[in-house]
Design a protein around this ligand. Structure first.
Ligand code: TYD
Ligand code: MG
Length: 469
């Protein structure tokens, strides 16, 4: 009798409390609000149950933790060997990861539904399993049979690849403890829940709690962990930005629906460059690496079309040649329209003003449409000169010669500024058969004499226009 009373007293001490949690950034509020004051998202606060009691990080199933027993050590005595990275054998994926999967690292792969995250994971893991690595693939979305059917299509046959259809965190951690896999995939984190929380799977508290438990256990076992996450309409990984802070690497898998190209982009990487991209093509037998993306992006380029220009953009360590197209028409009503796909809108507005003022073209009161082909997004400053060349070419209706590549940064005074890594860009253009390159004069001084490719250095927008038109 006495026991029951104390249990009751104890239970009443752990008070349940209702909080409203922003599903976008994790902000908590005791009352409902229409707009999150932290991330300014509308209608993102959802009612969830929280424990009053402060809960520590519980470790289910595994005794080890990556903090236990470790003492401060001088950095010089720590050893890191090249073998500490697992190579998947898919070159594009390994490069984006910074040269392979680091043991004990947590990687988040985000992307729109249906873009190919599960396919990429299954293909990469099949390769690792074939090399003798024990892989546990937890699927919260598909039954083992469905995964098997997909695997057959992709030609996956390995006894080391274990498929587990499960949604509860506790069971997943139990099976990790039993199976002791060399690598763990959780597809997707929005379908996993822990029984210790009352909120539904996919809510911020569930995603945060389950992923922190998974990461904690993976680090303790030195086991790499891949977490697959869905992306919301506006491009953030559904639920929490908090998740991005918890993992070591965040990769986005993107691409346009109608296109077969898929681009894997690192947006955070504790073990490599975040500028790196990997290019894939979705085929009927799964994802295929694209080893030479420039050739692919330029494959369907129109002949002698005004407004079409090839620029060189450095994506990570690799220069990629991409086509930019523009279309300029007189604005019929009121404010001229600007539509930009694949480049920052404000940057195009800025360069349009430079072209008007310094290039002497009266384009401000025209509708401007600008597009990067192939579904890729460019952010590098070196494409400035290409954007201006494209706009001028279409406005003047004078095509830029087919085998000319343009790159350079443009300042507000209309000056063309030097950019980094001119040499690899020129090499790439030469490899693809281009015969002329317009680049900043500043970069010319550092480049030694070259073969068939003609280099033309320019110092201003005006000078570039004199060369081209
Ligand atoms: P999937 O990996 O299921 O996407 P995600 O996990 O990101 O939601 O990819 C599914 C899409 O890819 C689907 O629309 C069909 C297509 N696909 C192919 O074109 N070829 C293939 O071999 C496979 C397995 C999928
Ligand atoms: Mg999937």
């Amino acid at each position: 009798m006495f026991f029951i009373i104390t249990e009751r007293v104890k239970l009443s001490m752990v008070k349940l409390r209702t909080v409203y949690i922003c599903q976008s950034c994790g902000y908590q509020s005791p009352k409902w609000m229409g707009k999150c004051p932290d991330c300014n998202q509308w209608n993102s606060l959802v009612e969830e149950t929280a424990f009053e009691e402060k809960r520590g990080l519980k470790v289910f199933g595994c005794e080890t933790s990556f903090q236990a027993g470790s003492a401060p050590q001088p950095i010089t005595t720590l050893e890191v060997k090249e073998e500490d990275r697992l190579k998947t054998g898919i070159g594009e994926l390994d490069r984006v990861l910074g040269g392979g999967i680091v043991l004990g690292s947590a990687v988040l792969i985000g992307g729109d539904p249906g873009i190919g995250k599960s396919t990429l994971m299954l293909q990469a893991m099949a390769r690792l399993a074939a090399n003798g690595e024990r892989v546990l693939y937890v699927s919260g979305e598909e039954s083992p049979k469905q995964t098997k059917i997909r695997g057959e299509r992709l030609g996956v046959t390995s006894e080391n690849l274990f498929i587990y259809a499960e949604n509860t965190l506790e069971r997943i951690l139990d099976s990790v403890k039993k199976l002791k896999p060399g690598i763990l995939i959780v597809d997707s984190i929005q379908t996993i829940y822990t029984q210790t929380l009352e909120s539904s799977p996919g809510s911020v508290s569930q995603v945060r709690e389950t992923s922190s438990q998974l990461i904690f256990n993976a680090k303790g076992m030195d086991m790499p962990l891949f977490i697959v996450g869905h992306v919301t309409k506006d491009g953030a990984i559904a639920g929490p930005r908090v998740l991005e802070h918890m993992v070591d690497t965040v990769l986005y898998f993107e691409g346009e629906r109608g296109h077969q190209f898929r681009i894997l982009r690192a947006v955070k990487n504790r073990y490599g460059s975040v500028m790196e991209i990997g290019v894939f093509e979705m085929r009927d037998k799964g994802l295929l690496e694209v080893v030479n993306p420039s050739a692919l992006f330029l494959a369907e380029r129109p002949q002698n079309a005004s407004g079409s220009v090839v620029v060189s953009s450095l994506e990570g360590t690799r220069p990629i040649l991409v086509e930019i197209q523009s279309l300029i028409c007189p604005a019929i009503f009121g404010i001229p329209k600007r539509t930009v796909v694949g480049i920052d809108y404000n940057r195009v507005a800025l360069l349009t003003a430079v072209l008007e003022k310094k290039g002497g073209l009266n384009i401000q009161n025209h509708d401007i449409f600008l597009k990067v082909t192939g579904g890729i997004r460019l952010e590098e400053p070196a494409i400035d000169l290409g954007i201006i060349a494209s706009l001028a070419s279409n406005f003047l209706d004078k095509p830029i010669p087919q085998k000319t590549v343009v790159f350079g940064e443009v300042g507000l005074a209309g000056e063309v500024r030097g950019i980094s890594q001119a040499e690899p860009r020129i090499n790439e253009a030469e490899k693809l058969g281009f015969d002329r390159c317009i680049l900043p004069k500043d970069n010319m001084t550092k480049i030694k004499g070259r073969g068939p490719l003609e280099l033309i250095g320019v110092t201003s927008v005006k000078e570039m226009m004199d060369v081209l038109f």
